[in-house]
Structures are given as C-alpha cells and as structure tokens.
Design a protein around this ligand. Sequence first.
Ligand code: NAP
Length: 470
Amino acid sequence: MKMLIGGQWIEKSQTIDVLNPFDGSVIDTVPAGTAEDIRSAIDIAQKGYEINRDMPIHKRISILKKTADLMQARYEELAVTIATEGSKTIQEARKEVGRAINTITISAEEARRINGETIPFDSAEGSENRVGYYYRSPIGIIAAITPFNDPLNLVAHKVGPAIAGGNAVIVKPATVTPLSALKLAECLLDAGLPGEILSVVTGYGNQIGEALVSDPRIRMVSFTGGGEAGERITRLAGLKKIGMELGSNSPVIVLGDADMEKAVESCVSGAFWAVGQNCIGVQRIYIDENIYDDFRNRFVSRTQKYKTGSQLDENTDMGPMITESEAIRVIDWVNESVSQGATCLTGGTRNYTLVQPTVMENMPDAAKLNCQEVFGPVVSLYPVASLEEAVQKSNAVNYGLHAAIFTKNLENAFYAIRHLDVGSVIVNDSTDYRIDLMPFGGVKQSGLGREGIRFALQEMTEPKVVCFNL
Ligand code: NAP
C-alpha cells in the first residue's frame, strides 16, 4: 500500500516488506518514509488543523459516522488484514474490528459533548461587571504513534478523538502492522474527511518517529507502546502534551470463595488472547493456597486444549508471535527463569513464531517473568496465604495498568479495590476486560494520562476562557 500525506497517496523507491508472522511470507510493502516526509506531513497538517478547527461539529460527526459505516461494509476485509499482518486469529481480529467501529462511533457521539461552562467572574472583588465562560478548543497537530498488537483499534482510539476535537493528526503505525492503519485512513477519506487533516506516514520509529515527536509544531504526542520507546519519546518531545499508554504484567487474585470454573476460563483466555501480546494480558495469578492445586490442575488442563496455528484458520485458538526474535526472547525468559528455580508446567517450546501456551510456577521474585512485562503467552501461578499478601505481591512491580480479583466477598473486593495500585480493578473477570469508552490508562511505569474517547478528548482539547467586561 502507499502511505498517506495530507490526502495524497505516496509511493517511495525505498519500501518495507509487511510479513505474515505465521510463515514469514511477504503480504505487501509500504514506503519507508523519511524525516522529510514527516516535515511535509506537518506542513500540510498546519492547514488541516485550521480546516478542522473551523469545521462545524455536525460535519465532524457525520464524517465519523460515515467512517464507521464504511468500516462496517469492509468488516471482513479489515479482519483479514489484522489477522494477516499481525498475530491475532481471525476470530480475535473480528472482535477488534467491531471494537474499532465502536470507537469511531463513540468519537462521533462525544463530539457533541465537548462542553465548557460559565465562570462566576463576580466571585472576585473588582470583577462584578464581568461575565464569561470557557469552551474547549483543539490543541493543534497531534502525533499518534501506535503499536502492533491492536493495529486497527488503537489507531482508532487516537484518530477518532483527535478529529472529533478539531485537531489534525499524523499517525506513525507500527512498522510490522501498517496496513490496518492505512485502511482506516481510506475509510476516513472516503467518508469525506478533508485530506489535510490526516496523514499516515509509514517507516521506522527510530527515524520518522523521532522526527515527528521532536518537531515543535506538534502540540501533543499520543503514544501507545513499550516503556523504552516511551521514555525516549518523552525526552525528545520537549514542551508539548504527552499521553503515554505503556505496558504492564497484570496480576489476578483468586480467593478461596471464587467461582473456580469462571476464574480458570477467564484467566486462560486473558493470558493467551493475542498470544499474550496484550497490555492488559494476565501474567501473574495469586491463588489462595487452599485451592491452589485444584486451580493449577484445571488451568493447565484447559491450557493444553489450546490449538496453535495459522491466524486465518477458524479453528486456531492462538496464532503466532509477531516476529521470530520475539518468540526467541519469550522462550529465553522461560529458560532463564527455570535456571533460577521456576517450574514449567506446560508449554515452554516454540516452532518458528508459534510459542506453545506456557504455565509456570515457583517463579522467583527476581525472574524477568515475575517483574517485567513478558508480552507473550506465559503466565505464572503463585499460592498465597492471605489477600493482604496477594495485594502486596501484586503491587510489588513497576507497573499498574489493570488488576483483577475473583471473590464473592464484598469486603475482600473492596479491600483489593482500595489497595491495588493500578488504573482499573476488575472484579470477577480477568484483567483482560475493557470497553472502549471507559477511562483507560495506568499508574507507575504503565503510563501517563487516559484514553477512552471522552478522556482522550479532554487531553486533546484545552479550555479557552472568554471574559466580557460590561
Ligand atoms: P514499541 O516497540 O514501543 O513500538 C510502538 C510504536 O513506537 C511503534 O510504532 C514504533 O515504531 C514506535 N517507536 C519505537 N521507537 C520509537 C522512537 N524512538 N521514537 C518514536 N517512535 C518510536 O511497542 P510494540 O512492540 O509495538 O508494542 C508493545 C508494547 O506496547 C507493550 O509494552 C505493550 O504493553 C504496549 N501497549 C500498551 C497499550 C496501552 O494501551 N497501555 C496497548 C497496547 C500495547 P516501529 O514499529 O517502527 O519500531
């Protein structure tokens, strides 16, 4: 596919192959964009910002609604794109398309509710004859940098609110999964979005990504990805708004009174969804020691039923990891933890990018699988003597995105809600639960700010005060 700069589809002599991670076959190519392309995109986006700022909200709404309709018409094509360039199975990909359509639809709805309020100027002595208000005005050009694991919906989460709020937006999609973002851009243009408002520039993060975030004309960097790139971008960005949606190694607590079958089912699905390449995927499970053996046996037996294979096979439960080097890293982490004293209960092997779903126990505190984000299909089980111990261990990492607890006891649930140091606590489901309109984001190294359309809109607009001196 070509890349999109201010309404023009651009080819380049230098291209990047887009591979199917299952077999390494080339499915398409995209241009290798340069810093010069980024500067052109920003030049045009300056005009795009003025166009969108001055566009009546009803027009933004109708463009976003039409985009959602066009995505609906291309539902299966979008799902196949996600499941061919990325790791998700076709069934997982279809769910992502449904969510992305919802994200764009909610962006249209929220555009109606970008409200301000009146200001009681006469509350200050000397201001008795003043009246006024604030409204929310767009902030300008937004850089949207996105990861590979939800290549459509995470782009929609930035582009939808950016456009609804009256901004221009330049997307830098993950190099391994650029096609879904380009197809979303096609839908937006076909829905009547003026070309100047949106660019999707393909190319390497350490080249075009850095040119994008360091340009002073960019007023906000909205980044979703890993902590390392997030730190680097924060340093390069200088004086501009920053939204950071980063990683985690999410904990789930299972107490003795939990519905065991429900807990096992949700945690297996939460651990292996998208091959565990999921920022809210289940990585650590703290289980009441009295039910530990039962939980472990059921968990392992459910995991062993998983069928790995091609993403496009309707019967595949879990597809390939995104690259072979990522698959190798995950197996290295498993082997390293075993050399440190951990036990592999099932899995722990790979064939090219296919990693078998892996369940571990006896995980030492210092092992990477305990304290870092694995971003792969590996989950560790830990027996605990009390809820307090489970909460303390859940919090003993540098991340804090989602945490979950399974219990029928309200007091225990509220203890966990109060004491877990995270952005969301899910009760009686795994950490892998999210709907697109809830405020989404983390504490500690898991990020800064919140997405979830209404909350992204707050970040992507700012209050502008108007005061009349009567
Ligand atoms: P990544 O390697 O950090 O890449 C994310 C994006 O940043 C890609 O587009 C990448 O471009 C770009 N990038 C990399 N280095 C850059 C730089 N120096 N300057 C500007 N851009 C740069 O992450 P990933 O492997 O795609 O995704 C996995 C991570 O994302 C995990 O940590 C996961 O937890 C996190 N994630 C978080 C959320 C959330 O909402 N909290 C959601 C999903 C994923 P290239 O592709 O060209 O390298």
